[in-house]
Design a protein around this ligand. Structure first.
Ligand SMILES: Cc1ncc(COP(=O)(O)O)c(CNOCC(=O)O)c1O
Length: 401
């Protein structure tokens, strides 16, 4: 018999498994509010016009070849990605203190960064928010880091547990790594205010905690690329060091192209260059070098003023549609007199609403109303449309009364 006959069936991924269940449901009114992928008012995935334009330019350019990229990826893409997140005027870029490597989207950037830290950084403990994106603990554990959590969400106020956050980071061992969502915290949709970020920065610098930013939604939260990068830029402005993982999955709609970048901001240029040489030793045996197509699309858009502006307009349209879905759902629950305070729906930002519904209520909504969402009560607002808001509001109303 098979040498693999001892293998047991693994459970579905808690997030991607929702789509598996959704696909199996024959109901004509089923609604997928699980995976964090943008959908139009018609419920369809969106390819940005500016992305289609960039792809057309690539196809028309007969000089382009399919050679291997360097281990660190497309140089132009790396430079432009650092500029996007750190800002065109970033002192770190000006002083050549940043190394950026193209990775396999946000997940790949997090993994390469974690493997690098496990190999070269003196502290192996990483503090991640509770709750956080379901894949975070696995990525860091498999890379060889030991994962601890810091309090982040207050289920009573459905807002930030700022005191808990400060206490937990305050009692972390000096030098520990801290994962920070740059904006649009997944799954809670709760972000620190600017003032709170400044307090977090001061505390972290005083304890030499190493910031590892995860930026998967830049521009998607507020509609402004610069506003959504403020947390990262505050830390870089103080001259300290940090890591930043970037994903273009959501804000450029390049999900399946797997386009991302890891930047490491160092205190000195020669350190950054040595860091890059060691990042290459992590990447080479992992996947050797990254895919050329998606990075080429991003580079074309970021380097051309007109295409960059066109992108920002399309990005704001996506962000605004999600924000309007928040208002629609909030109004629909109020119109139904649904018991409870639902103001967090319009206070939270980014792609997700952390509803506060429990596992049983979620299971009820799936069974009775064919609503598919993660069991922690998170819904992707991007999956909603004007015509499906009533169905969700009816389901929530029934689940809580
Ligand atoms: C916080 C965070 N970091 C990183 C990533 C990595 O995304 P990618 O590797 O696709 O760039 C994601 C993507 N999330 O996936 C959608 C969902 O939670 O339903 C993310 O949310």
């Amino acid at each position: 018999d098979s040498v693999f006959s001892h293998i047991v069936r693994a459970p579905e991924d808690p997030i991607l498994g929702v789509t598996v269940a959704y696909n199996k449901d024959p109901s004509p009114v089923k609604l997928n509010l699980g995976v964090g992928a943008y959908r139009t008012e018609e419920g369809k995935p969106l390819v940005l016009n500016v992305v289609r334009k960039a792809e057309q330019m690539l196809v028309n350019d007969r000089s382009r070849v399919k050679e291997y990229l360097p281990i660190v990826g497309l140089a132009e893409f790396n430079k432009l990605s650092a500029k996007l997140i750190l800002g065109a005027e970033s002192p770190a870029i000006r002083e050549n203190r940043v190394t950026t490597v193209q990775c396999l989207s946000g997940t790949g950037s997090l993994r390469v960064g974690a493997e690098f830290l496990a190999k070269h950084y003196h502290q192996r403990t990483i503090y991640i928010p509770h709750p956080t994106w379901g894949n975070h603990p696995k990525v860091f554990t498999l890379a060889g880091l030991s994962v601890k959590t810091y309090r982040y969400y207050n289920p009573v106020t459905r807002g930030l547990n700022f005191q808990g956050l400060l206490e937990d980071l305050g009692s972390a061992p000096s030098g520990a790594i801290v994962l920070l969502h740059a904006c649009a915290h997944n799954p809670t949709g709760v972000d620190p205010t600017f003032q709170q970020w400044e307090q977090i920065r001061q505390l972290m610098r005083s304890k030499c905690l190493l910031p590892f930013f995860d930026s998967a939604y830049q521009g998607f939260a507020s509609g402004s690329l610069d506003a959504d990068a403020q947390s990262v830029r505050m830390f870089v402005a103080d001259g300290g060091e940090c890591l930043v993982a970037q994903s273009y999955a959501k804000n450029m709609g390049l999900y399946g192209e797997r386009v991302g970048a890891l930047s490491i901001v160092c205190r000195a240029a020669d350190v950054a260059s040595k860091v890059e040489s060691q990042l290459k030793l992590v990447i080479r045996p992992m996947y050797s070098n990254p895919p050329i197509h998606g990075a080429s699309i991003v580079a074309i858009i970021l380097k051309d003023r007109n295409m960059y502006n066109e992108w920002t307009i399309e990005l704001k349209e996506m962000a605004d549609r999600i924000i309007s879905m928040r208002q629609q759902l909030f109004d629909a629950l109020r119109a139904r007199g649904t018991p409870g305070d639902w103001s967090h729906i319009i206070k939270q930002i980014g792609m997700f609403t952390f509803t506060g519904l429990n596992k049983e209520q979620v299971a009820f909504m799936t069974k009775e109303y064919h609503i598919y969402m993660t069991s922690d009560g998170r819904i992707s607002m991007a999956g909603l449309s004007l015509k499906t808001v009533p169905q969700l509001a009816d389901a929530i109303h029934a689940a809580v009364t």
